[in-house]
Each structure stands twice: as structure tokens, then as C-alpha cells.
Design a protein around this ligand. Structure first.
Ligand code: FDA
Length: 308
């Protein structure tokens, strides 16, 4: 209930103004976001890489309303990839892209987003790294998978996200469980109707396990995007049953969420990638994190009240 209200709030311009202008919000946001500038993200990246983690950088932004904003989003990624190349970090740091920040929802947006992300994929290849396409609301899935298929023709390492809450995902997982594919499986973070998505958390978890089994039994490289101890343990069982070693899949977790668990998995010999957002357009991302976990909301309200 609360999560649903927060996901609705994440689309409210009025609430956005209120939350963004509250000075104390910044302290809470800093827990989940590396900072406003690329330099902030690179400083955090250095720390994470030194601790044996890998990183996927996310320049915050979604649902742009003009082609010029889409170009600006693309350029932010090009600057990030230049910095990754200059620092020789291509082996440890990739980028995650939301196609809505590249213009996907504008008229003619599919082609615009494809053209923008092609530039980013080319820069990523030059930097010795890869791009993963985040998955957004259900209406964008066909377009995002089509962009992914087009990109893979030239950049076969391009990754994509699948969300276990969608009824369609087992089929999508089967279609992508082939050699060379990189799929990040997550539960799904958007508000979706029952006609397209499972509503019950337990069902979403079971679907996550089912889709993960498909990916682990396939020939691709599964990326397990979850903080849930049960999904983490399940991934280890599914990998063992599929005869996979610890270097044939990876865990992915969000910056600021269960950092001790991230390090524990690294110490146990697993690959762990941290999803690291930076930039000033953090509202939608932040509200989804609050919606996922009541404790995050409590942390936020405590920070608000402790200000007095
Ligand atoms: P969930 O939130 O269901 O929690 C299950 C259990 O995990 C909890 O009961 C608790 O035990 C533990 N747990 C979770 N958070 C914790 C915390 N902060 N501290 C302690 N314990 C905690 N979504 C999307 O729609 N499109 C996308 O592209 C992406 N991309 C993405 C990348 C990466 C790297 C991650 C990790 C996640 C995403 N997501 C996403 C978000 C995803 O869909 C989902 O909303 C969140 O990961 C939350 O689901 P979990 O599986 O983490 O556990």
C-alpha cells in the first residue's frame, strides 16, 4: 500500500518540488547517490574497485521531455566513458542506461533513443567496457528489447534488464538465455497493473527463481540484481545445479544497500557489481528506493524530524 503510494508520488511534480527543496533530503539521498558530479562518482568508484567490487555507473535522469535533453543525457555518458577510458577502468566499470533519458518516450523516440545509445555503446567499446539497458515501465519493454537486439548486432556484450514481476519475463528470459548474452534479472520497481505484472511479493520471488533457473541453465552471463538473502542463496544453488563456477555470473546490488553483504560475497569469491547513480536528477530513483523498503522511509522521516 505504502509502496504503491510512493510509486505514484514518484510521478508527482508537486511532491517532487517539495522533496527536492527540503534541505535535509540531501543527507538521505547521499546514502543512495554518489553525488551530483562525475568526479563524485569516480571518487566512490575508486573506493569500491579498491575493495574488490566492480561498478555500473548510472547518470541519473529519466523521462526527458525534449530531444535536446536526450542529447545532454547521452553526452553525460560520453564524458563518463572518456573518464573510464582515461583511468584504464574499463575492466571494472561499465554503464547502465535508462532509454527514457535518451528520448524513448518522445514522438519518434525509439529511433532517437537507439541513435543516442549507439554512440554510448561505441564509446563503451572504445573504453573496453559495456552498456546495460535498464528496464523501465512495462510499456517500454518491447522497445527496449528491440534496441537491445539492434545494439547487439554491433556490440554483442550489451546487457539488458528483465523484471521477474512481468508475466512475459520467463519467455523473454528463454529468448535471451543464449551464448554471449548478459541479462540482469531484478524483481521490478515500477507500479504495474495485474494484467501485466504479478502483484503478490511471494509470486514475484517464485518468478525470480524460475527466471534465474532459465538464465543459469542457458549459455549467457546472468547478473543477479537483488539484495534479498533468499534470492542470493538461490542463485548459488541454481549456479551449482547448472554446473557453473563463481566466475560465470555476478551479483549486482545498489549503492548504499547492504554494503556489508556486498563485501561478504566478494570475500567468498563471488563477483559483485555495485550500481552507482550520480547526478542531480535523483528524485524518481530515490522515491523507488523508499517504496521498496519501509525502513528506508523510516530513515528519511527520522532525518526530517531530527532536524528540529
Ligand atoms: P526486496 O526489496 O524484495 O527485499 C527482500 C528482502 O531483501 C528484504 O526482506 C530484506 O531481507 C532484504 N533487503 C532488501 N533491501 C535491504 C536493505 N536495504 N537492507 C537490508 N536488507 C534488505 N528495477 C527495475 O524495474 N528496472 C531496473 O533496471 C532495475 N535495475 C536494478 C539494478 C540493480 C543492480 C538492482 C539491485 C536493482 C535494480 N532494480 C531495477 C530494482 C529491483 O527491481 C528491486 O526493486 C529492488 O532490487 C528491490 O528488490 P530486492 O530483490 O533487492 O529485494
Amino acid at each position: 500500500m505504502l509502496g504503491t503510494a510512493l510509486l505514484s508520488a514518484s510521478r508527482s511534480p508537486r511532491l517532487r518540488r517539495l522533496v527536492v527543496s527540503t534541505p535535509v533530503t540531501r543527507r538521505v539521498v547521499d546514502r543512495f547517490v554518489a553525488g551530483g558530479r562525475l568526479a563524485d562518482a569516480l571518487a566512490v568508484t575508486d573506493r569500491l574497485v579498491a575493495a574488490g567490487l566492480t561498478v555500473t555507473l548510472d547518470h541519473l535522469g529519466e523521462d526527458v521531455s525534449t530531444a535536446a535533453e536526450a542529447t545532454a543525457s547521452r553526452d553525460a555518458y560520453l564524458r563518463a566513458l572518456e573518464a573510464i577510458a582515461a583511468a584504464g577502468l574499463g575492466g571494472a566499470v561499465e554503464v547502465s542506461v535508462k532509454l527514457s533519458s535518451f528520448g524513448q518516450s518522445l514522438p519518434g523516440g525509439h529511433d532517437l533513443a537507439l541513435s543516442n545509445v549507439e554512440d554510448v555503446a561505441a564509446a563503451a567499446a572504445a573504453a573496453g567496457t559495456t552498456v546495460t539497458l535498464d528496464m523501465e515501465s512495462s510499456g517500454t519493454v518491447d522497445s527496449t528489447l528491440a534496441v537491445h537486439a539492434s545494439l547487439r548486432a554491433r556490440y554483442p556484450d550489451t546487457g539488458v534488464v528483465l523484471q521477474s514481476y512481468l508475466h512475459r519475463t520467463p519467455d523473454d528470459a528463454r529468448a535471451l538465455a543464449h551464448h554471449g548474452s548478459r541479462v540482469r534479472l531484478v524483481k521490478g520497481a515500477y507500479r504495474e497493473p495485474a494484467s501485466v505484472a504479478l502483484q503478490d511479493k511471494r509470486q514475484v520471488d517464485l518468478a525470480f527463481e524460475r527466471c534465474l533457473r532459465i538464465l543459469m541453465n542457458g549459455a549467457g552471463y546472468p547478473m543477479v540484481g537483488s539484495h534479498d538473502p533468499r534470492m542470493i542463496a538461490y542463485a548459488q544453488r541454481a549456479a551449482a545445479e547448472a554446473g557453473r563456477g563463481a566466475d560465470s555470473f555476478e551479483y549486482q546490488m545498489l549503492y548504499g544497500v547492504r554494503p556489508a553483504e556486498q563485501r561478504r560475497l566478494v570475500a567468498a569469491g563471488y563477483r559483485v557489481r555495485v550500481y552507482l547513480p550520480y547526478g542531480t536528477d535523483w528524485y524518481g530513483y530515490f522515491m523507488r528506493r523508499l517504496a521498496e523498503r519501509p525502513a528506508n522511509l523510516l530513515f528519511f522521516t527520522r532525518a526530517l524530524t531530527s532536524r528540529a
